[in-house]
Design a protein around this ligand. Structure first.
Ligand code: GLC
Length: 742
């Protein structure tokens, strides 16, 4: 074992050496500055750089508030702080590190800037439904402008966990169920946060989290066990993280979960082996909150000593709020369980980012109160939050109700979310505040002025079983020309540690909506939620349903823009909405099985009490206009491994209004050395068409687009017969076929 370890160390040194040869002048400059600083550091000071503590700004994990963290900073025992906010406060804490510790090494401040800092954007799952990568990047850019003005160097985002389980509360933080699209969104968000140059004072480090497969816990219950094949891991859960490395993400965060018996925070194979050695990731990796010491309850470490051993050998560079490295690394080094090669590698990675951020030139460059005043919640930022929210909304159903006329005299607004400001910004809303939210009542008033009478009744609470409010709500609705029900989840029903076993409308909100449908009035149901919801009864009875997600600071204005037709909804779902929680996990990219469902045939794969298909599929979303798709045209019937297939599809706006459409391309490998999904997303393009206008969208496919992990786990395409599908959702498609020849 020892020989293996020394060989490993030798190889690591070679790799490091090779790395130096490939460096630019700037990188060499930083490297030499890191070296000279490290030569002056004591072992204790090196270990201090690997230690991240939470401030008392807010609590985002099990509380272990560090009363004496300022003294620890003075003693050089802390390398990073999280949850320390504001230009003034971060300046105060930074000053302790820079002016009162022996070497004056600046701290790096990290924070969860997930969907906005002060100006809050839709929850990320909602934002991803825009399929507008530029808009997604711009939202991250604005978040970075605000956060860096308030002292933040590093965001613990983007979260890029693929999830197909709407019970899991954190499905709201990602970009849905598909690895191809999730990888595109992850890259856009990283570009937005990191910009082109870390040394600027408005760019910040991003973080690929939570590595890996955190979104597939058993039972959809947060932090629960994850068990899957290596093929599934590589096909579905790893791609966004590899994409993040390719995009130049600065940091990674290991996840809480185990995978097949090994907690990720202690997985040498998947952290050091895959991310650092195989993918060549040169940033640093932080644990999740206490996830190093949580290997004790996981049952793979008897104590912090063993947990520290596992984590350091696995390649975790920084210990978030765990104090394990602080307490145990010196002992582990003295006992030979770890070497100074690992410690020095971790310190080097962290110091390199601090130098790249320019913190040694000016440790206070991000603590700019004047910029903070100017940037946060600016009119421009609010305006884009409104645009982002509009683009995220998905029209799920529409008879002839939407858009509503602005000339209506009486509109009844019913439901617990009409003016529940705090809920609009969801969880992980950083420094966002409900008091800055424009709610639906305010948004409608802004849109309609005082001519229209807007009445309101809550009708039901979020989770209560009481129907006492129904009578007032129904009477209010009866008096109106049109009814808008605003129902869904409160902020604290999705996010971390907020999994649900029932994913319907909570409480008696469904019953309230069903009562409203009996009034025979124009009725619009607006959903505000952080996860896919199972709402088959509402879908059957309500004439119009708009998915607005938890829409952020400008939610009410954005909803009014869509409801009254100033914006034609263009969003498409990035996560399937199950018909029932009993279908979960559910996704469009499913296998055919040996007995695919055949109606009325008993011995086929189906339920006897409901459909196989979700209520609303991946890629689904309506418009106020209609689009007609021609059959896809393929440039060839067959292609070689070195050729490019063109798939062209004409799309026409056959309605009366201009609109945007997300044209999607899927592929199916009909026969493989292993079973292959019935569809896989391989391309999309969001286009805008004036009424009557037609456009031709051209996709290109090559052999590498058809690659997968074969029976022997080789990543490559196999020759054979393929189908292509083009259309407006994963279900509404037309097909073509081609052969990939040897
Ligand atoms: C939390 C979350 C993680 C977050 C971190 C710091 O437990 O799992 O996403 O970035 O702690 O708040």
């Amino acid at each position: 074992m020892y020989q293996l370890k020394s060989l490993f160390i030798f190889l690591a040194a070679i790799l490091a050496g090779v790395g130096v040869l490939a460096q630019s002048d700037t990188e060499k400059d930083v490297a030499s500055r890191v070296d000279s600083l490290m030569n002056r550091m004591t072992l204790e000071e090196k270990i201090g750089q690997l230690n991240q503590l939470t401030g008392d700004g807010e609590v985002t994990g099990p509380v272990t508030l560090n009363q004496d963290y300022q003294q620890q900073i003075r003693e050089g025992m802390v390398g990073s702080m999280l949850n320390v906010n504001g230009a003034e406060y971060t300046r105060k804490i930074q000053r302790i590190a820079v002016e009162e510790s022996r070497l004056g090494i600046p701290l790096i401040f990290g924070y969860d800037v997930i969907h906005g800092y002060k100006t809050i954007f839709p929850v990320p799952l909602g934002e991803s439904a825009s399929w507008d990568l530029e808009a997604i990047e711009k939202a991250a850019r604005i978040a970075a402008e605000e956060a860096t003005a308030a002292g933040q160097h590093w965001t613990f985002a983007p979260m890029m966990d693929i999830s197909r389980d709407a019970r899991w509360g954190r499905v709201m933080e990602g970009a849905g169920e598909d690895p191809y699209y999730g990888s595109k969104v992850a890259r856009a968000r990283i570009r937005g946060f990191q910009g082109e140059d870390f040394s600027k004072d408005n760019t910040m480090l991003a973080c690929a989290k939570h590595y890996v497969a955190y979104g597939a816990p058993r039972g959809g219950r947060d932090y629960n066990t994850v068990d899957m094949s290596m093929r599934r891991l590589h096909e579905t859960y790893l791609p966004p993280f590899k994409a993040a490395v390719d995009e130049g993400v600065a940091t990674f965060m290991s996840s809480f979960n185990e995978l097949n018996g090994v907690p990720l925070t202690g997985s040498r194979e998947l952290v050091r082996g895959l991310v650092k050695d195989q993918w060549g990731f040169d940033g640093f990796i932080v644990s999740d909150w206490g996830s190093i010491q949580e290997m004790i309850p996981h049952g793979v470490a008897a104590d912090k000593y063993e947990a520290g051993d596992l984590a350091m050998n696995a390649g975790i560079d920084m210990d978030m709020e765990g104090k394990v490295y602080q307490q145990e690394l010196k002992n582990l080094l003295e006992d030979g369980r770890i070497t100074d090669v690992h410690i020095n590698e971790a310190v080097r990675r962290i110091l390199t980012k601090k130098f790249e951020l320019g913190l040694f030139e000016d440790p206070y460059k991000y603590c700019d109160q004047e910029r903070e005043e100017r940037e946060l919640l600016s009119d421009d930022n609010r305006a884009f939050a409104r645009e982002s929210a509009r683009k995220s909304m998905v029209l799920l159903k529409n008879g002839d109700v939407l858009p509503l006329s602005k000339d209506l005299e009486d509109i009844a607004l019913i439901g617990p979310l009409v003016q529940a400001d705090d809920e609009y910004i969801g969880t992980w809303s950083a420094r966002g505040e409900g008091r800055h939210v424009i709610n639906v009542m305010e948004g409608f008033r802004n849109k309609l002025g005082d001519e229209t009478n807007l009445s309101y009744a809550q009708g039901a609470s979020f989770t209560g079983q009481s129907k006492e409010g129904f009578a007032e709500a129904l009477e209010t609705a009866r008096q109106a020309d049109a009814v808008v029900a605003v129902v869904g989840e409160s902020a604290m029903m999705s996010g971390e540690a907020l999994s649900r076993m029932d994913i319907g409308l909570p409480g008696v909100q469904k019953e309230l909506v069903m009562e409203l449908t009996k009034l025979d009035k124009p009725l619009v149901v607006i959903l505000m939620n952080g996860r896919p919801l199972a709402i088959p009864e509402v879908d059957k009875k309500a004439p119009a349903i708009l998915e607005a997600w938890l829409p952020g600071t400008e939610g009410g204005n954005a909803i009014a823009d869509v409801v009254f037709g100033d914006y034609n909804p263009s969003g498409k779902l990035t996560a399937s909405f199950p018909y029932s929680v009993g279908q979960v996990p559910v996704q469009y990219e499913h296998k055919n099985t040996g007995r695919p469902k055949v109606e009325d045939q008993r011995y086929t794969s189906k339920y006897i009490d409901g459909p196989n298909k979700p209520l609303y599929p991946f890629g689904y979303g309506l418009s106020y206009t209609t689009f007609e798709y021609a059959e896809p045209r393929l440039s060839q019937k067959e292609i070689g491994f070195d050729e490019t297939l063109e798939v062209s599809v004409k799309v026409q706006n056959t309605g009366e209004l201009a609109g945007e459409e997300v044209v999607q391309l899927y592929v199916r490998d009909m026969v493989g050395s292993v079973t292959r999904p019935v569809k896989e997303l391989k391309g999309f393009e969001k286009i805008r068409l004036e009424a009557g206008q037609e456009k031709e969208v051209v996709f290109e496919l090559e052999a590498e687009d058809l690659a997968f992990y074969t029976k022997d786990m080789e990543y490559k395409a196999e020759p054979g017969y393929f189908k292509v599908f083009t259309g407006s959702s994963s279900e509404d498609v037309q097909e073509g076929e081609f052969t990939l020849k040897r």
